[in-house]
Write a protein that binds this ligand. Structure first.
Ligand SMILES: [Zn+2]
Ligand SMILES: [Zn+2]
Length: 354
């Protein structure tokens, strides 16, 4: 039996790189030799026991690699091709996929939310030397030569999610947009708001490094929520409130900050994953008659989504590369989790190479 190194989850706090069997492709599957992967905030929720997965599963859902093997029936891909796979791997065949809602793909999960998220959730993930990609015909996106592995790996989840938040909000040319929390996803939402033609983009984060990055990713103004009344400041800057507020953390404070920063008729676009109950304050919600829209978006996947994002990088309209602040070998993954989990040394994203 051929084996590989992979980061296996056993129980909260118990995980690490070990030797496991190498995946074998079934019909429609592909095997990638992973060249770059990363650690995500979602992985931290898993290893801390805040999001339950099956013991024995390989963690990770963001991968760039080279096609190593193809199962029977895979179309549009070749062994040796350099590809990125979205964090969400839709089947392209089910009711959700064919209704244009691929992130909620229901191939194996009925119609529960997150059905399209398989890597490191319902099947083995990307923090490994090899990765089995299901429904490979729908999910392998070739990477142009002038896009790097590190750029491409950031498209799999981070950029796809951040951009999806601004696309869902239907930002118009000249809109005033405020982004609450300038982590990797918030930074991509900031860049996405700029790309959608926002007039004024306000970035909000207590961390000065992240505020500086928000400026680099296109924010006109940055605010420190620990030092100022952000909703009041946003209302002052925009003459009454933002058209769109993007929540990129998953906390009551940022959710409520978004709602309080909106003008009547504004849109709260929520990207965060919330740990507990969230409340909608009566006054911030104008008692339900403020014509507010509140919407949520899960990271879109699939090869056409990845192709579009790769095109933005290839043509120079978007460069996610500055998000990678640290680099690790797969065997040093424990240190990567420690650094990323502690948010030490100004870390935004880590690149991990098997
Ligand atoms: Zn992720
Ligand atoms: Zn599907």
């Amino acid at each position: 039996m051929r084996t590989m190194r992979a980061n296996v989850f056993h129980s909260p706090g118990q995980f690490g790189v070990e030797e496991v069997p190498r995946p074998v492709p079934g019909p429609g599957d592909a095997i990638l030799r992973v060249t770059t992967t990363t650690v995500c905030g979602t992985d931290l929720h898993i290893v801390r026991g805040e999001y339950a997965i099956r013991p024995g599963l390989v963690i990770g859902h963001e991968a760039v690699g080279v096609v190593d093997e193809l199962g029977v029936g895979v179309r549009g891909a070749e062994v040796g091709q350099r590809v990125v796979v979205g964090a969400i791997t839709p089947c392209g065949q089910c009711r959700a996929c064919l209704s244009g809602n691929a992130a909620q793909c229901g191939r194996e999960a009925g119609y529960r939310a997150l059905g399209g998220w398989r890597f490191g959730n319902t099947m083995d993930g990307a923090q490994a030397e090899y990765l089995l990609v299901p429904d490979a015909t729908a999910n392998l996106a070739p990477i142009p030569d002038d896009v790097t592995d590190e750029q491409a790996v950031l498209l799999a989840d981070i950029a796809s999610t951040g951009f999806a938040g601004v696309e869902s909000a239907e930002i118009r040319i000249g809109d005033a947009v405020v982004v609450f929390a300038e982590g990797p996803i918030g930074l991509c939402a900031t860049a996405g708001a700029r790309l959608r033609g926002a007039g004024l983009v306000v970035g909000v984060d207590p961390d000065p490094h992240r505020r500086a990055m928000a400026k680099r990713f296109g924010a006109d103004v940055v605010l420190d929520p620990s030092a100022s009344d952000v909703p009041a400041e946003v209302r002052r800057l925009t003459g009454g409130g933002a058209d769109v507020a993007i929540e990129a953390l998953g906390a009551q404070s940022t959710f409520e900050g978004c709602l309080r920063s909106l003008r009547p008729g504004g849109t709260l676009s929520s990207l965060g994953v919330y740990g507990g109950k969230i409340e909608i304050p009566h006054d911030a919600f104008a008692a339900g008659i403020g014509d507010h829209r509140i919407l949520t978006t899960l990271c879109p996947g699939g090869k056409e989504r990845m192709r579009r994002l790769l095109e933005m990088v290839r043509t120079g309209h978007f460069d996610p590369a500055p998000l990678i602040t640290h680099r690790f070998r797969l065997d040093d993954l424990a240190e990567a989790y420690r650094l990323f989990g502690a948010r030490a040394e100004g870390v935004l994203k880590v690149a991990v190479t098997p």
